[in-house]
Design a protein around this ligand. Structure first.
Ligand SMILES: [Zn+2]
Length: 279
């Protein structure tokens, strides 16, 4: 190969790399957590409508709990945290007087409008039903005497080894963890027909309840989006809480089916900011 041909090929490869990075970035930018102007507007709107009975109870959203690896995707970098970081955060909560509560307790606090009976309540949630929720998160939660909600989407359970098994889900439920629905197939809900949406919401609840032998009343929408239609469907199906990916720590009675949350940051300073200062 001549030097000129080599340089042309090198430029082509670099250009392809840039385009690929752009596509990944554009895709990532569609996620609620990084759509800042839209989300900020929603927060303002919510803050304005949440004047009476709004209570500050952080809801933290975790995804996979595994060590970061070289070459991992931007999404993994942003959403996954290592077991060490999770332990650091659980230790921070303990040392600073926080108490982990269930979403049912959060709903009760907000409905009654009284101060939470526990000091500095916080809700921990884990999305998607990854296998490391059982092997990494569950032992740490038990070690620190914490409770958490695991939002599971049911299609890969018992079929795909990257996800939890039914017996692991049953064991965590029996040990005081809450299991919530994260749909059947983790679709972008806005792309579904009404019948498909209904099936994702209703049938995932039924499947979880059959395996657990107890009611499942907590829902988290994939990718964090929510709409009025979804809220109505959740209420009809018998859910009492619905968690979104819209950022916010304050909740009021009207928000129980569109609860705001924060995706858990990797850095300690960001985590402390979410716990102490974030609106
Ligand atoms: Zn998810």
């Amino acid at each position: 190969m001549t030097q000129k041909a080599f340089i042309i090929r090198l430029c082509a490869v670099m250009l392809l790399g840039l385009v690929a990075a752009g596509v990944v970035y554009a895709f990532e930018s569609q996620r609620p957590y990084v759509l800042t102007s839209e989300i900020e507007a929603k927060i303002q709107e919510k803050n304005a409508s949440s004047t009476s009975g709004a209570m500050r109870i952080p809801i933290l959203v975790y995804h996979s709990i595994q060590p970061h690896q070289a070459g991992e995707s931007l999404m993994k970098k942003r959403f996954d945290i290592s077991p060490e970081t999770l332990e650091e955060q659980l230790r921070y909560l303990k040392e600073h007087g926080y108490t982990t509560i269930t979403l049912e307790a959060l709903a009760e606090d907000i409905r009654s409008g009284t101060t939470s009976p526990v000091a500095k309540p916080v809700v921990l949630t884990f999305d998607d039903g990854w296998q490391d929720h059982y092997t990494k998160a569950f032992p740490l939660l038990e070690k620190y005497h914490d409770t958490a909600t695991f939002y599971v989407y049911t299609n890969p359970i018992g079929k795909d080894p990257r996800f939890l098994t039914w017996s692991e889900i049953q064991e965590m439920s029996a040990a005081g963890m809450t299991i919530g629905s994260h749909t059947l197939s983790h679709p972008l809900l806005s792309t579904l027909t009404p019948a498909q949406l209904q099936s994702e919401v209703v049938n995932s609840k039924k499947i979880l309840e059959t395996h657990l032998g107890k009611p499942v009343v907590d829902f988290a929408s994939p990718f964090g989006y929510s709409t009025k239609t979804l809220e109505q469907l959740l209420a009809q199906a018998g859910y009492t809480t619905g968690r979104t990916g819209y950022k916010g720590n304050y909740h009021s009675k009207n928000d129980l089916l569109r609860l705001s949350s924060y995706y858990t940051p990797n850095s300690t300073s960001d985590f402390v900011w979410v716990m102490r200062y974030a609106p």
